[in-house]
Design a binder for this molecule. Structure first.
Ligand code: CS2
Length: 501
């Protein structure tokens, strides 16, 4: 057995990673994506500038596994860049440690409040934002954190530090802790809160949720609100890199190459992009030195990426699953599925977009199909198809609403909805849980259509009911008769039943 990778005994066959001097960034949601994306930009910026202030304290919400992978390694891990033809391995040292709030909420709050920290960044996935179907903050889900916040701010019953129950709750408590530290120090202690999740206007969404949480927990505290207005910013950003879950085979292969075992290995495609709204409250790493784009307006980039890349990705995942394809590469190489993906990409989504900075969106669309066809990442249809109700509004919903408003029927998107509906229905019939925060509700819809039994539910009626699910499609698009007929016709073909249901 080989030794475990560690900051104190690094393999010499690869470039030495940075060792930051202090934590400058607290990152909420340190899954594979952060480690293969923002942490890599932070590493490269530190290598380019020699600025050692930007160590990352990662916070993992769902389980302690990333902490258990990285802490025994002193935070160091490797990134396998898996191209269709070549691959390479690099080490990243930007992450100094990983905390799990169940054990270390107090430490995370103190680190967010520390004067050496300048950024809180987030990749908690769409469902991590604790919103109801209509997009409001789900107060029930954040209640324990809001009660803890009131106690910490001195307006509720004081007690032991309560372990944070959600990333949003932890963030709001961290902001309040920083405000208290600012008052004590007599300094402003500005902070930038940078979300890197796949949502339209992600910074504004996050700011709205934080303000709702403060309104609910501390309705009287206008001073905290004034500090937030003056010293905290929530820039929007667009992130892009395909980062699948790491497999044991990939860990073994990299162990063979490095000569040490890395339990924290992450895998990414060669392509990577990060566009950030240039609205920072204080200092930041020189991410532009690592290829990030700083701009005044991220929205055109966000929309193009969500509708073209993620929209097509989700179509391929559902259609691919129905056709029995395990990987995304197999799905996009299936000619029938690829033709439908092209329809969503080029006929439905592309006409709704303004090209960012003179970009050629047709060429971008073609490049996406090539990226998806890279077999080396091993990205699975199962992984991309999870959390449909959280993703569809941004990925297909806006395209659908805008095409319908322009008097066009989005046929590629109708097929995509049909595939999603069939995946949901088949899971319900098989008695398996739908991997989605609204999974129970989806199961109930299918059963209700079948008069209490999923087995006898008509596939086309299920598709109509799911398309009309509250919160799924914007601007009443889910009730549009032409769209509903088109989705039902596609489902009839997929399920081999008459179109009338
Ligand atoms: C994918 C994304 O899992 C998914 O839903 O569509 O994670 C996708 O790989 C990234 O957004 C690419 O930047």
């Amino acid at each position: 057995m080989t030794d475990r990778l560690h900051r104190d005994h690094l393999p010499t066959s690869v470039d030495t990673p940075v060792t930051p001097e202090s934590v400058g960034i607290v990152h909420l949601g340190i899954g594979a994506f952060h480690r293969a994306h923002q942490a890599v930009y932070t590493e490269q910026a530190a290598r380019a500038t020699g600025d050692r202030r930007w160590g990352i304290l990662g916070v993992t919400q769902r389980s302690a596994s990333v902490r258990d992978q990285l802490r025994p390694q002193g935070g160091v891990y490797s990134v396998l860049t898996a191209g269709a033809r070549d691959s390479s391995v690099d080490l990243v040292g930007a992450v100094l440690d990983v905390a799990w709030p169940a054990d270390e909420t107090e430490r995370v709050l103190a680190t967010i409040a520390a004067p050496t920290t300048h950024l809180v960044t987030l990749t908690v996935t769409e469902k991590g934002y604790c919103r109801t179907g209509s997009g409001e903050l789900d107060l029930d889900r954040v209640r324990p954190d809001l009660d803890a916040l009131a106690a910490e701010q001195g307006t509720g019953a004081p007690g032991e530090t309560v372990a944070a129950g959600s990333a949003i709750g932890l963030l709001v408590r961290g902001l309040a802790a920083r405000y208290r530290a600012a008052c004590e120090a007599g300094e402003a202690l500005p902070l930038t809160v940078l979300t890197c999740d796949n949502m339209v206007d992600n910074g504004h969404v996050l700011e709205g949720l934080v303000r709702s949480a403060l309104d609910a927990a501390l309705p009287q505290d206008t001073a905290l609100r004034a500090w937030l207005d003056a010293h905290v910013t929530f820039p929007c950003s667009m992130v892009d890199r395909i980062v699948p879950a790491t497999t044991p085979e990939q860990r073994d292969a990299v162990e063979g190459e490095l000569g040490v075992r890395d339990e924290g290995l992450v895998v990414g495609e060669p392509f990577s992009q990060w566009v950030i709204e240039d609205r920072f409250a204080g200092p930041r790493p020189a991410w532009e030195q690592a290829g990030a784009t700083l701009t005044d307006d991220v929205s055109v980039w966000e929309r193009a990426k969500l509708r073209l890349l993620n929209g097509t990705h989700s179509l391929l995942a559902y259609a691919g699953r129905l056709a029995g394809h395990v990987t995304m590469a197999e799905a996009v190489e299936d000619p029938a599925i690829r033709a439908r993906a092209r329809r969503l990409l080029f006929d439905d989504a592309l006409p709704t977009l303004t090209p960012p900075d003179g970009a050629d969106l047709d060429a971008y669309g073609e490049s996406l199909l090539e990226r998806f066809a890279n077999p080396a990442t091993g990205h699975t249809t199962l992984q991309v198809s999870m959390d449909g109700t959280q993703k569809i509004p941004y990925r297909w919903g806006d395209t659908i609403a805008e095409r319908l408003a322009a008097g066009e029927l989005p046929r590629g998107a109708a097929y995509a909805l049909a595939c999603w509906s069939e995946v949901v229905r088949r899971e319900a019939v098989a008695g398996r849980a739908v991997d989605d925060p609204r999974g129970d509700e989806l199961q109930r819809v299918v059963a209700t259509v079948g008069g209490g039994s999923a087995e006898v539910a008509s596939p086309t009626d299920v598709a109509r009911a799911l398309t009309a699910l509250p919160g799924l499609l914007p601007q009443g698009a889910g009730m549009d008769p032409a769209l509903l007929d088109a989705v039902a016709a596609e489902v009839a073909e997929l399920a081999g039943v008459p179109a009338a249901g």
